[in-house]
Design a protein around this ligand. Sequence first.
Ligand code: BGC
Length: 518
Amino acid sequence: MGGAVFATEKKAYPGKLTFSVFKACIVASMGGLIFGYDIGISGGVTSMDSFLLRFFPSVFHQKNLDQSNNEYCQYDSQILTTFTSSLYIAALLSSLVASAMTRKFGRRNSMLFGGALFFIGALLNGFAQAIWMLILGRMLLGFGVGFCNQSVPLYLSEMAPYKHRGSLNVMFQMSITIGILIANVLNYFFAKLGGLGWRLSLGGAMVPALIITVGSFFLPDTPNSMIDRGDHEGARASLEKIRGIQAVDEEFDDLVTASLESKLVEHPWKNLLQRKYRPQLIMSIMIPFFQQLTGINVIMFYAPVLFNSIGFESDASLMSAVITGLVNVLATVVSIYGVDRWGRRALFLEGGFQMLICQIVVAIAIGAKFGTNGNPGVLPIWYAVVVVVFICIYVAGFAWSWGPLGWLVPSEIFPLEVRSAAQSVTVAVNMLFTFVVAQIFLTMLCHLKFGLFIFFAVFVVAMTIFVKFLLPETKGIPIEEMTRVWKAHWFWSRFVDQDEVDNPIQIPKSPYFVDTII
Ligand code: BGC
């Protein structure tokens, strides 16, 4: 996801935004959509009574029948969280092998494979008769996420004309947020259908899965990938078609050179452990870690459950999830606009501050209403409005800072020689902590109560301090000059070799180098 690919030098190859590129983008963006759909769908389904009664009767009873029970704990069930979180552990595992597979069999085939896994997963979920079908289905979806998140961003950036790549990268994040919103909207309507509702919600993932599977069957592979696998003639023909012109010599030659260059990088993993790459190694771990510790997925996964737990009716809970989903999409647009104008640090710092304020307000509001025994009584309307408004402001803060930048910044700070390894670390750490948050949230809500928001707020303070003092600004800095940024930094400069700055690594660079080694 957001496996961004960035240019290493400024070149303007001729070519147009052709219909082939457009088609490719539509199909490939289904990869982001389906990921978002899976993020957004489970929370709503988990709050549907018909679903709980069928698979998790004890949670159903805890929630509906046992009036003495603490509201904070009504959804506390490890097997219920496993339903949500199993997807991410599967995605983590498959992202580790997907990179080799994408290289060996091509981007298109990886998407096809990922799409097929999605399809079977959604089918199993939609027709589930037992918990094992639910969990196995979610795991297949997770494997699909691993393959698609590896291959789709690559596919998109290799098909797109060179100058459109940056925006395409953020578009992938955008399609994730749209997927989350669609899931929230469908949950809202399907919840009214009783026993059929959750089946339609879970099975609905079959639609984008089918588009990506059938679609990629008819799509060509990228020229980069064909060259890498020795098919130079096919690659050239495909490049001419994609660009809509015959004059593709310069770009084609660069692709061939890039393929050769990528083979020079033999030990990206070993390289990454060298002292001089310590700043990058630390960023590749800390940025995805912090992104997840903002607590965003508490909202994305469990908004309906959370709203329900803090006293909203079922319908209002699902509607509130639709509202937060919409805010998420709209605020991502702000980021597309601002990231190259205001810079990364400004967005990170502002977003962090905004999230912090909101977390404190929500914690106070919930704490004041529920106290620690979790008994709300009747909820006044002002309370509902305050909670929803502040959660929306929090989501907006995330969506224009840590959301897209959590993917963008790592991908632009890695020098070529460690990029493949560092990118895998970023994806793996992200999936790991997505899993952890998904798995422990409901228990944390039960035990920490409104303090849960304070828990994440503490991390938001830590990450904002981290950005303030340790993250250099990378706006408008060409990738090949990135080493200077670290050298000029008060802390990181001690790790960077001055010689490296004056004489950067001598691998000849072409714009496609990066693409072929991820
Ligand atoms: C994060 C996801 C999150 C999504 C919300 C992404 O950048 O990686 O974990 O659910 O943003 O829009």
